[in-house]
Design a protein around this ligand. Structure first.
Ligand code: ADP
Length: 253
């Protein structure tokens, strides 16, 4: 059994009179891919940004890798990697220049080419950020989360807007990062993605966790409750058709 690397107890976040996060508790285990799912406005970003030390909480206790958020926020910052929105990168700088810029900010020596190789972007080392495709931009933004060699990375809807091939390539990258021992917390609106990637998911609604378990267990529980799909499920879906016709290779150039 893995150890807990993040522990959230009775977390509350209030914006004025509005309680966006209503006393949620959960643990993330070391080495797992943990999904935070829920409709827009459920409180996912508020929760994650509090753990990331980017927002203040109203109350509750958060421990990350043994450090209490209240007393050791700087220790926590050093062991986490947070994905920036792709709009946060200087478009006119090359990938190597951007990595060196971040490495300087983190005060971390880093071999930019090795890092780009990890995310399959070595060929683009001298390309400007604005010249990348959507999938490449996402892969690059994931690379930047790894600069400080974090124990935990946070990915916020990393595959939104990507074509099926690019999504699959991102899934492989995320699985590779986990294989190397990094714990990953991800938000997504794609349930197929959560099912494929996540060891466990928490479903958040109106500021509360309404379910938390492995995707398999949640599906089994639903089936056991008597749920049936309204029509017979075919052995393939339209996405299978798309991938089968257009292949797995990425079309970014
Ligand atoms: P999610 O990430 O699940 O979409 P958020 O955490 O962004 O949810 O938002 C939860 C709720 O809190 C929403 O109703 C949102 O409008 C509200 N909210 C988020 N940030 C602020 C803020 N800075 N001020 C006021 N209300 C906010």
């Amino acid at each position: 059994m893995n150890n807990s690397i993040i522990s959230v107890k009775n977390l509350k976040k209030q914006y004025g009179n509005f309680e966006a996060v209503k006393g949620i508790s959960f643990e993330v285990l070391e080495g797992e891919i943990f999904g935070l799912l829920g409709p827009n406005g459920a409180g996912k970003s508020s929760t994650l940004e509090i753990i990331e030390t980017l927002r203040t909480k109203t109350s509750g206790e958060i421990i990350v890798d043994g450090y209490n958020l209240d007393t050791h926020p700087n220790h926590i910052k050093q062991i986490i990697g947070v994905q920036l929105q792709t709009s946060g990168f200087y478009p006119g700088l090359t990938l190597v220049e951007l990595i060196n810029l971040f490495a300087g900010l983190y005060n971390q020596p880093i071999n930019a080419f090795e890092l780009l190789d990890k995310v399959n972007l070595k060929d683009k080392a001298k390309a400007k950020f604005k010249e990348l495709s959507g999938g490449q931009k996402q892969r690059f933004s994931i690379a930047t989360t790894l600069i400080n060699k974090p124990k935990i990375i946070f990915l916020d809807e990393p595959t939104t807007g990507l074509d099926p091939q690019a999504r699959r390539s991102l899934w492989e990258l995320i699985k590779d990062i986990r294989k190397q021992g990094t714990t990953i917390i991800i938000t997504t609106h794609y349930m197929d993605e959560a099912e494929i990637l996540c060891d466990r998911v928490a479903i958040v609604d109106s500021g509360q966790i309404i379910a938390i378990a492995s995707p398999d267990k949640l599906i089994d529980d639903l089936v056991a409750s008597g749920f049936e799909r309204p029509k017979e499920v075919k052995k393939a879906n339209l996405e299978d058709v798309f991938i089968s016709l257009t292949g797995h290779s990425i079309r970014e150039e």
